[in-house]
Design a protein around this ligand. Structure first.
Ligand code: SF4
Length: 473
């Protein structure tokens, strides 16, 4: 079992100095994949993806399907997703027609013996489309893939455009998970980001989803938004705790105005440095105080939730949608900009609608770029995906700053440094052995002591960085 730190331990560990924060609070690669997306390249094309499809089918791995539905009615100014803002909903009709061609083509590449264990509609706002359109699209998909009886079938919903009829339709189709965008209930924040979503509207939708029997309701919050303070955010967190979702994602706001110009409109009102960290700290402590388990990085779950169980059993993994219990499934992404992830490759579809439509029309798939993973890449990926979620950072960005090209040895040295500066790690002994062996040896060499036991670690007998204990160097 991975031990959960107590609230008091967390309080203590989340006390950081300005100097500490300044040292580690730097932007770094976003490890939704390893290697990260910027190193993927356009030498990887549709023919490569078709080869990977054949290999995946031969390996008979379980299947995860992701479909990107990019339309939204209005633009939330903080949003860095790939979206198409369009009030005229007729635009989604031709989009669905092209998407069906891609679904059909991918369906041909996946043998019926391979079960879909995970299905997700993301966006954009999937519930931008009418219940009838969604039902038609889902029916088309189900005819082409074999779904496992206990598949996770999820969708992102925006309470501002999601009706009871949407929920009834989704539930009838077999959807069992909802992921709901909230961000912050504080009105000045909502005004600044152009997303007016009253608490009552969200509360009523969650209640309706519960009445209809959805198994899991997740909510997404963001810290670091304009006009947010630790006090105002604490109030939002109290309201969220009152709604008692099954899982909570607390993401760090990514300020990238050179990519998303609209973010410049509120740049002068962003909390930064210690102010931003205090918002994260307020949220984290309040969720833990309310009984949520800290799964890692940006996720919390109720005790008994599958994520919490997977964390305890050390079977937790991370994919493009966040934490998952479905390790080992191949991800087939469909729709504009969608990403696919396989044991030995990644692929991404064209980001521009016209380019994606043209490519699907010609070949059925629309690969813009991708990456073949080497054996070393796979080993590094496993280390990161398994090791990193076990950290609970004092500054979320510190571990992200580990250079992706560094050797395991170099990473271990950097992590050693982080540990000596107060980071904690709950060490997953079984699955991170390679990643940590160098660090363990170094710890022993310098006589690292487990602060809890006070003893020097002995090789193979006692893990000096295990169990969230602090090292003294
Ligand atoms: S509704 Fe969601 S996807 Fe659309 S602009 Fe707002 S945050 Fe982005």
């Amino acid at each position: 079992m991975i031990p959960q730190p107590t609230l008091e331990q967390m309080r203590e560990e989340l006390r950081v100095s300005e100097e500490f924060l300044a040292r580690y609070n730097r932007p770094g690669p976003r490890y939704t994949s390893y290697p990260t997306a910027p190193v993927w390249n356009d030498a990887f094309g549709p023919a490569d993806l078709e080869t990977v499809h054949v290999e995946a089918d031969a390996a008979k791995t379980p299947v995860s399907l992701y479909m990107h539905l990019p339309f939204c009615e209005s633009l939330c100014l903080f949003c860095a997703c790939n979206v198409i803002i369009q009030r005229d909903k007729r635009v989604s009709i031709p989009y669905f027609d092209v998407l069906k061609k891609e679904i059909s083509r991918v369906g041909e590449a996946v043998a019926r013996q391979r079960e879909v264990v995970q299905f997700h509609w993301g966006g954009g706002t999937p519930t931008y489309s009418t219940p009838a359109q969604l039902e038609d699209l889902f029916g088309y998909t189900r005819e082409r893939f074999a779904f496992s009886p206990d598949a996770e079938i999820g969708i992102e919903v925006d309470p501002r455009v999601t009706s009871r009829e949407h929920l009834e339709t989704l539930r009838r189709l077999g959807f069992n998970r909802l992921s709901m965008g909230i961000q912050d209930f504080h009105e000045p924040v909502q005004r600044a980001i152009n997303r007016i979503q009253p608490y009552e509207m969200t509360r009523d939708l969650i209640q309706a989803a519960r009445d209809l029997g959805f198994d899991s309701i997740n909510v997404d919050l963001i810290y670091g938004l304009p006009y947010q303070t630790a006090e105002t955010f604490a109030h939002t967190v109290d309201q969220i705790n009152g709604l008692a979702p099954d899982r909570i994602a607390l993401f760090s706001y990514a300020h990238v105005p050179w990519l998303k110009k609209q973010q410049g409109s509120f740049a002068a009102h962003l909390p930064e440095g210690m102010q931003k960290f205090e918002i994260f700290r307020a949220g984290l402590l309040k969720f833990v105080e309310a009984g949520y388990l800290y799964i890692g990085m940006d996720h919390f779950a109720k005790p008994g939730d599958e994520l919490a169980t997977a964390q305890a059993k050390r079977t937790l993994h991370r994919n493009f949608q966040g934490y998952t219990t479905k390790a080992g499934a191949d991800l087939y992404g469909m729709g504009v900009t969608a990403i696919s992830g396989f044991r030995n490759a990644y692929a991404q579809n064209f980001r521009e609608l016209a380019a994606w439509e043209k490519a699907v029309g010609e070949r059925g798939i629309a690969t813009m770029r991708g990456y073949h993973l080497s054996t070393d890449n796979r080993s590094q990926r496993n280390s990161r995906y398994v090791a990193r979620p076990d950290f609970y950072p004092q500054s979320g960005d510190a571990l992200r700053s580990l250079p992706r090209t560094a050797t395991v040895k170099r990473q271990a040295a950097l992590l050693e440094n982080a540990l000596s500066r107060g980071f904690r790690s709950t060490y997953n002994r079984d699955r991170c052995r390679n990643f940590w062996s160098d660090l363990r040896l170094r710890s022993q060499k310098v006589g690292a002591k487990c602060l809890a036991s006070g003893s020097v670690c002995a090789a193979g007998r006692h893990d000096p960085i295990g169990s969230g204990k602090r090292l003294s160097f």
